[in-house]
Every structure is written in C-alpha cells, then in structure tokens.
Design a protein around this ligand. Sequence first.
Ligand code: FES
Length: 249
Amino acid sequence: MKKVFDTEILSNVEVAEKIFRLEVFEPELSVISKPGQFVAVKISDEFTLRRPFGIASAKNGIIKIFYRVIGRGTEVLSKKKVGEKLNVLGALGKGFDTEIYGKILLVGGGMGLAPLLSAAEKIENVDVLIGGKNKSEAIFWYKEFRPAVKNFFVTTDDGSLGRKGFVTDLLPSVLETEDYSAVFTCGPEIMMRQVAFEAMARNLICEVSFERRMACGLGACLSCSIDTSQGRKKVCKDGPVFNASEVFF
Ligand code: FES
C-alpha cells in the first residue's frame, strides 16, 4: 500500500560527517511501512524527481531515514527545519523476509546500513556486521543498532575501529563463529556480490537490497532495471530486496 503524505519534520541533524538523520511524523505511514521498503521524498519544487531513501525505522508514528549530503538535492534537504512539511510517497517496494526462522546476520557498508536497521527492529535474533569509513561513522551506526541487535562486528576503512578493511574481509570468520540461517545485506554492489557468494557457499539464505538511481520509483520508467534469472526486474517495484540466488550481479 502506498500513498502521498504531507509529513511533519521532527528532527534533521548531522550525526556524522555529511550524514544526516531525518525523522518525520506520519502515523499511517509508520504503520504500513515494512522493513526494507523505501520512501520517495519531494525535496522542493526546484526538483522534478522525488529522491528515494530506505526506511531505517518506522514506529510510534515516526519514520526515520538517513542520507549523505552528496549533491544539491540532499544539500537542500539538510537545510530543512523542524516543523516544516515534507511531502513523502510511501511505503514503496518489496522488503526483507522477516519470517525466516533462526538467527540472521545483517551486513552493511556505509549508508547501506540504514535499511538494515529497519530489519533489526523487527527481527528478534539478529547480529550486525558494520562497515564504516572511520571510527566516528562506525560508532554512530553502532549506537543506532545497539538497542536491536545481539552481537556487533565492525570494520573501518582506516582501521580506526574494529578490523581494518571491508566487511567482506571479516565476514568469513563471522560466519564460522555463529550458526546463522540467513544473511541480509545492503551497500555497494561489489560488496553485496561477495557477501552473497560467502553466504550461499554455506547454504545460507541471502537477501540483497539494491540502491539504484530512480526516476519514477513506481515501476514506470525502467531506469532501475537489473538482470535476474527471471528476466529484467525493477528495483523500485520488484525490489529493492531480492533473493541473492536470483540476481545476476
Ligand atoms: Fe522508474 Fe524503477 S524508478 S521503473
């Protein structure tokens, strides 16, 4: 179910370098949103296209998203003030399977951790492998995940916290230490491909969440297509979450 909402901004703060956490109030959207789905935000009349953002949390009437300021649109968004209205279309797409039995490992790199947070909030038995640029980014994600997950594993690009390197360097040893039934991942596609390889080599279910540029967000323009074993699919409508076994990376 999707609708357009005129939400109210509750907070919009920089939580790590150029990374913002935006919270809006919209009870109905909070109820209909599922982990792994996304919203399309109309930033202002200056921009024709809405911008997609993975839902990081949807509870108690509050929708939380994270974004990195990387262009004019996100820069304008970062200047929005508490109490302003924000036009949001959601909830869009197909999310994670939260009914999978057993323990689940979430593996995220950078902003890919945002949609995984919504899965952590709904699934009881879950660990997270966090990949951040540096210590401050990793600690910020650690604080966000702390109330919802059991075990943390951390890598940083510069080695300032956890293991130096990428999540894919640490993943094989993490998969040996616990008895996981599934891996959910989101982040750069080259990272997700390696995560899927490691998970499927151990016969684990693996769900991958794609982040693609989207023009319409509604399945009408084909700008977000990917190749799968069932032909071309649209990330915005058929995903953004897919079973890794059906995707041709
Ligand atoms: Fe238009 Fe997916 S963004 S079809």
